[in-house]
Design a protein around this ligand. Sequence first.
Ligand code: OAD
Length: 241
Amino acid sequence: MFLFSSHIQKARKLVAASRRPLILTGAGLSLASGIPTFRGSANALWKNPELLKYAFAETFATDPDGMWRAHEDMRALVDSHESNIGHRAIHAMGTGRDVEIFTQNVDGYHARVGDRAKELHGTLHAMRCCTCPYRVSNEVGIPAPHSCPQCGNWLRHDVVWFGEDVRFMAEFALAARSADLVLLIGTSGLVTDTALIAREARARNVPVIEINPALCTPATRWSTVSLRGPAERVLPDLVAE
Ligand code: OAD
């Protein structure tokens, strides 16, 4: 692990000086909770091509039951685990600061520690109709068959699949423009363009901290400090008094 104490100290000072940090979290943050990442770890989900197909909107048309099951399995996994020390450290960062948290995670773990993260890829804890505005909570799991009580069309998990629009992009762009610090935590940067976010922040002299055990991500070259370690170890250090 390439984590030097000088890096942590520099990052700590940046966090301490920040009043309006923008935080983007990805699957790596929830790995310590027991939720596998999609890429970039030993048990990454997409090492299994059978699972990869369930990330594509087209699969819902050909295999709605498989899609339903795959997402319910994931919801059940999330619900049988808990948020972790990394989520709590991010929550602690919010004290006395105007933090904006955006997440690619669909697990709802930021909310469990009291943070209102904007969920770029939606949530496993709601279902919505494919066609009409009907939306319903899915806290305990809705059994199949799964048709909309209002219009009779299919209900689906309220997550974003490949081929669909990511949520909150206008808010995200706005937050990125007004942030005085950008933290990229546990994301490969292959879905949200973290390299662009980091490069634009640096162009405005806004520091960027990246937390990821991978040697290099697309955002690394634009980061002021790269903390190359697991979020659950780095984040508590970062906010320690
Ligand atoms: P990924 O699964 O693409 O990447 C996870 C990242 O976490 C990798 O860069 C790992 O190196 C890093 N990582 C592994 N262990 C870590 C740890 N303990 N602490 C911190 N980082 C760690 O996840 P995201 O970038 O969040 O989208 O991308 C997730 C999106 O990819 C999903 O929402 C899904 C998929 O495409 C859609 O399905 C639309």
